[in-house]
Write a protein that binds this ligand. Structure first.
Ligand SMILES: [Cu+2]
Length: 128
């Protein structure tokens, strides 16, 4: 190995190390940004996850005027159908989400129209 090729390969090693550090830094930033987005979403309203053929939490309690978002985190299609006939969402593909705002106090029972054994409840607190 000549002095020149040794110098070139040393330079290459330094550039590679710097590129690696830069990429690691970018990944760390991206991970932090996506965690911040997840936290923002959680603060934006009540969430019900549909997973493993169940609504989690099964009962969610909110204040009047709050919104509830159902997200289909399962591998199968699901839906939200209310016992009182209020419009829901009959068919949500995996990855889909649906939001309903609850203005009136009361208890709202619902079930998945595709799998009627999947049930859940939204309780909207009364005025205080
Ligand atoms: Cu279902």
């Amino acid at each position: 190995m000549t002095a020149r090729t040794a110098l070139l390969s040393a330079r290459f090693a330094i550039v590679s190390a710097m590129t690696g550090l830069l990429l690691a830094g970018l990944f760390a930033l991206a991970a932090r940004a996506s965690m911040a987005r997840a936290a923002d979403a959680a603060e934006g309203g009540a969430k019900v996850s549909i997973d493993m053929f169940a609504f989690t939490p099964e009962t969610i309690t909110v204040n009047p005027g709050d919104s509830v978002t159902w997200s289909n985190d399962d591998g199968s299609p699901h839906g939200v159908k209310y016992g009182d006939g209020a419009p829901g969402n009959d068919y949500m593909l995996p990855g889909a989400a649906y939001t309903r705002r609850f203005d009136a106090a009361g208890t709202f029972d619902y079930a998945c129209p595709i799998h009627p054994y999947m049930t859940g409840r939204v309780v909207v607190r009364g005025a205080q």
